[in-house]
Design a protein around this ligand. Structure first.
Ligand code: NAI
Ligand code: MG
Length: 488
């Protein structure tokens, strides 16, 4: 049962273990997207604040680095335990700030804690190798980069804030976290747990927007490693800026992910999997991993769309803080308008709107950025809604009957993040898994992540892998030491 929790009206940000205003004194308002009213203000950090945060992170680095990895891991595990203890309160604040349903945000908090515990336990995997050398040996060290900049988006704010700094910390880096401007509150609430557990300056949280806060973080010469989750356009800008200083970057960007349905599957179950894959219930479809292009075999098509629409109609749209709500509000007016534009475009380009397509009716939905779960049928691969990431509750159904054409359509987009393949013929599904251009594939499933299984994209969905050992190691750099036992 989720209760009502108090939300502060004014927040400060975390630099060097202190709660501070921005150097300029400017603030940024964050909205409750379900009411369109200001929820709270946070400091608007700019380059001067990034400088302060980098100085604090650099000061904290030598002692943090000198700790044994397992000792750092224990602190990260302690942070995970405190996060779990606050799950309901954080989820409630998240629901207010992001529009995501509170129940699924409780899940996000625990998922973040799962990953933190996982990386805490992986501390002993920070290892090197040895190689024989006449009269000595080569050995390698895995060293942290130093100060890491971590930029996260609005769709899973506390999940990203908590889970996506754990690996960097266990590896011995200190961190500057930049939350999304739409959803800064839970990161700052998380900061209140951090100050009780970690030494000052090990994690700093600077709130603000992209150009004035994120960009100076990327450009800072003493930030040696950037990790980014967000849009392709911003990823491109970050990569360009990082090139100036040959900075190490990982990018987890968008997706226009296919679900391929073969004619041998149970059509009802396939429809349920398609509804789940769209993440309507988790974050209103605002997810990079959503399987938003469903390719269904012609033989199943009619039954499939009937079951799909029935499944979508069951989604309970409601107030984000109501524990029974399955789907809340989009995060901002900008996202709302963007999604509405795509819905309009789908209709103009000739797709058939099966359900949804607008603002839900009812007095509770007169304000706020609510959009009904929307399904288009008769979508063709050349349509805009089949090519571009909508990042909202809009699913496109495409019909197929030729495998070669199917593969061309599936791989014919710029993205390559996830894909789902539904078939009872596992040999065929495995063959398809090799051919589909995506970094993360479900066979007979969708949406679910697995702690320890590497998540990340191909093509313009980015590079780098997270949620697995690769993520931990990506926050280390290898140094080889060639040692001879004596000088002769
Ligand atoms: P965005 O990529 O601009 O923002 C993500 C984060 O990057 C935010 O913290 C933002 O402040 C920061 N940022 C923006 N510009 C920056 C810059 N030049 N340097 C450093 N940091 C910068 O995404 P936005 O504008 O919130 O959403 C726009 C679209 O991007 C969405 O409609 C969706 O299609 C896509 N998107 C994809 C996400 C994913 O998980 N793949 C997450 C968020 C958005
Ligand atoms: Mg907000």
């Amino acid at each position: 049962m989720v209760r009502n929790y108090e939300v502060r009206r004014q927040y400060r940000m975390l630099i060097g273990g202190q709660w501070v205003e921005s150097a300029s004194g400017e603030t940024l308002a964050t909205l409750n997207p379900a009411t369109e009213e200001t929820l709270a203000t946070v400091p608007f950090g700019t380059a001067a604040d990034i400088d302060r945060a980098v100085a604090a992170a650099r000061e904290a680095f030598p002692n943090w680095r000198a700790m044994e990895p397992r000792a750092r891991g224990k602190l990260v595990a302690e942070l995970a335990a405190r996060l779990r203890a606050e799950a309901e309160r954080l989820a409630y604040i998240e629901a207010l700030d992001s529009g995501n349903p509170v129940s699924s945000m409780v899940g996000d908090v625990h998922m973040a804690a799962d990953l933190m515990e996982y990386f805490a336990g992986l501390a002993a995997e920070i290892q090197g190798t040895t190689m024989p050398l006449h009269g000595g040996m080569n050995y390698t060290l895995r060293e942290p980069y130093g100060v890491v900049g971590r930029i996260i988006p609005f769709n899973h704010p506390i999940y990203f804030a908590a889970s996506r700094i754990a690996a960097a910390l266990v590896a011995g880096n200190t961190v500057i976290l930049k939350p999304a401007e739409q959803t800064p509150l839970t990161a700052l609430e998380f900061g209140a747990l951090i100050v009780d557990v970690l030494p000052p300056g090990v994690v700093n949280i600077v709130t603000g927007d992209g150009p004035r806060t994120g960009a100076p973080l990327v450009a800072h010469p003493q930030v040696r490693r950037i990790a980014f989750t967000g849009s392709v356009e911003t990823g491109r800008e970050i990569l360009r800026a990082a090139a100036e200083q040959i900075k190490v970057v990982t990018l987890e960007l968008g997706g226009k992910n296919p679900m391929i349905i073969f004619p041998d599957v149970d059509v009802e179950k396939a429809a349920t999997t398609a509804v789940n894959g769209m993440n309507f219930r988790w974050c209103q479809g605002q997810s990079c991993g959503s399987t938003s292009r469903v390719f269904v075999h012609r033989a199943l098509h009619d039954q499939f769309i009937e079951a799909l629409v029935a499944g979508v109609r069951q989604i309970h749209l409601g107030w984000p803080t109501d524990p029974d709500t399955e789907m809340g509000s989009l995060v901002s007016r900008e996202q709302y308008e963007k999604v509405m534009r795509y819905i309009d475009m789908g209709q103009r380009e000739g797709a058939r709107l099966l359900c949804g397509g607008g603002r839900p009716s009812g007095p509770e939905f007169e304000r706020g950025y609510f959009v009904e779960p929307t399904v288009f049928d008769q979508v063709t691969p050349d349509m805009t809604i089949a090519r571009e990431e909508i990042f909202g509750p809009v699913l496109s159904v495409l019909v197929w009957d030729d495998e070669e054409e199917l593969l061309a359509a599936v791989n014919g987009v710029a993205y390559g993040l996830t894909a789902a393949i539904l078939s009872v013929d596992l040999a065929r599904a495995m063959r398809w898994a090799e051919q589909v251009e995506a970094g993360y594939i479900w066979i007979n499933g969708s949406s679910r992540h697995c702690v320890g299984a590497p998540f990340g994209g191909q093509k313009q969905s980015g590079f780098g892998r997270e949620e697995a050992l690769e993520e931990l190691l990506s926050y280390t750099q290898i140094k080889n030491v060639q040692m001879r036992y004596r000088l002769d």
